[in-house]
Design a protein. Sequence first.
Length: 143
Amino acid sequence: MVKLQIIGNLGKDCTTNMVGGRNVINFSVAHTEKYKDSTGMQKERTLWVECAYWTDKTGIVPYLRKGQTVYAEGTPEVRSYTRNDGSAGASLTMRVLNVQLIGSASRGEGGESNGIPDRFPAAASEAPMTAPAGGGADDDLPF
């Protein structure tokens, strides 16, 4: 399986549609990379990923607003198309398997930030991430 992971900001509010009796949440994530070119000039390159999140859980919809930072992972697909001027174009889309809201606010009990759940699994049967029982080797880390 090929897996795509992206952290970025939503370019607009999400939309929700019902397709074949299932909900699909559509949103666009932009990731901007800053770099210096061969002449030393500062440049930016933005990659847009169109996301489709097929889920029965639509509780995340009110939080997927323009500017929200998210982490999304899923399977990628490249679609080619012809622009109005006749030139070829391509877009990167992703069928989302997991999406997490990212914020700078401190986390409260239950893995939430300001009442916003931090993980929305694609399947209802998927168990939430939990720490191993009895602690683990990471308990000795200073951070």
